[in-house]
Ligand binder design. Structure first.
Ligand SMILES: Cc1cc2nc3c(=O)[nH]c(=O)nc-3n(C[C@H](O)[C@H](O)[C@H](O)COP(=O)(O)O)c2cc1C
Length: 298
């Protein structure tokens, strides 16, 4: 007659079996949900692109409205140092097999796709991607009407991710949105509020010498073309200010924006008045006005 197993051994084997079954279940659910999570993140990002472009109505827009409206944008990859678009061949040569799947913030983890910023890193991002993804909506003549630029930088508690939209003069800010951050609700997280974001609309990004001339002030200290900071969230405001200045500057999108402006015959100081005229008279584009590849993203 065999001896009955000890109670301890039975308890341990039941516990181990339970652990195994649970971990298999949890892993299966996590793996099963991954595609849905990726899809939701993509939809949320697209929605935030529309928010920054002033093309989203929070009260009435559905997911299918977002998908439909997002189709108005061409998705382009630019070389941040030169401001040029990358066509499919250049993308392959740069080691980017799929423009839609390219993620500039992931690229900062890849030595070949990014540069160390060293001490010259006001946005606190460590490494700068060599290539950035931009979203361009063109008018009927094929000239850029709005460009939506991804931005990121360190706030108080972590990296803030968002989008900044410029109008056709590539100087006037149309809107801004933030879709990921670690700032405190009621303090730094108020950067998400529509009332605070609305202050950015209509601001001129550059002075007449082409220097970045906008940012966030300390609350209650108004300054032309600067946005009033949030009371109790000076440090988040400083982070946003630094990231805006970095991404509008020489290390960021300035070479690209200068080229777009040049292509439509605009300069910083005449951009406002010439914007609509340039749209009417612009020649079929040289390198930048017409997107180089079919950059439509689903
Ligand atoms: C729990 C806690 C959370 C905070 N979160 C933020 C924040 O998200 N953003 C921020 O700028 N300041 C935050 N602060 C406040 C900062 O520590 C600092 O006091 C503030 O930025 C100064 O802003 P003020 O000069 O407008 O008062 C937080 C403080 C505490 C105690």
């Amino acid at each position: 007659m065999s001896k009955p197993k000890s109670n301890n051994a039975k308890t341990i084997s039941v516990a181990l079996t339970l652990c195994l079954v649970c971990s298999v279940l949890v892993s299966a659910v996590a793996v099963g949900l991954k595609p849905a999570q990726i899809e939701n993140a993509r939809l949320d990002r697209n929605k935030n692109i529309l928010v920054a472009a002033g093309m989203y109505n929070a009260e009435s827009d559905t997911a299918s409205d977002v998908a439909k409206r997002f189709k108005d944008f061409d998705v382009e990859i630019i070389d941040l140092n030169t401001g040029d678009y990358l066509d499919d061949e250049a993308l392959k040569a740069a080691g980017i097999p799929d423009r839609n799947a390219y993620d500039a913030s992931q690229a900062t983890k890849n030595q070949a796709l990014s540069e160390d910023l060293g001490d010259n890193d006001p946005a606190g991002i460590g490494r700068k991607p060599k290539y950035a993804k931009v979203y361009v909506k063109s008018d009927d003549a094929g000239n850029p009407e709005v460009v939506v630029l991804p931005i990121q930088g360190y706030g108080l508690w972590g990296t803030i991710y968002g989008f900044l939209t410029l109008e056709s003069d590539m100087n006037t800010i149309k809107g801004i949105s933030f879709y990921e951050h670690k700032e405190t609700p009621g303090l730094g997280a108020r950067i998400e509020e529509p009332e605070w974001r609305a202050q950015w609309s209509g601001i001129q990004s550059y002075d007449e010498d082409g220097n970045v001339a906008t940012g966030v002030t300390k609350a209650g200290t108004p300054k032309d073309n600067w946005v009033d900071g949030i009371s109790g969230a000076t440090l988040t405001g400083r982070g946003v200010s630094n990231m805006i200045q970095f991404w509008l500057g020489e290390q960021g999108y300035k070479p690209y924006l200068d080229k777009l402006r040049q292509d439509s015959g605009q300069t910083i100081d005449n951009a406002d008045t010439q914007a609509s005229q340039a749209t009417l008279t612009a020649k079929p584009n040289t390198e930048l006005a017409a997107p180089v590849a079919n950059g439509k993203e689903a």
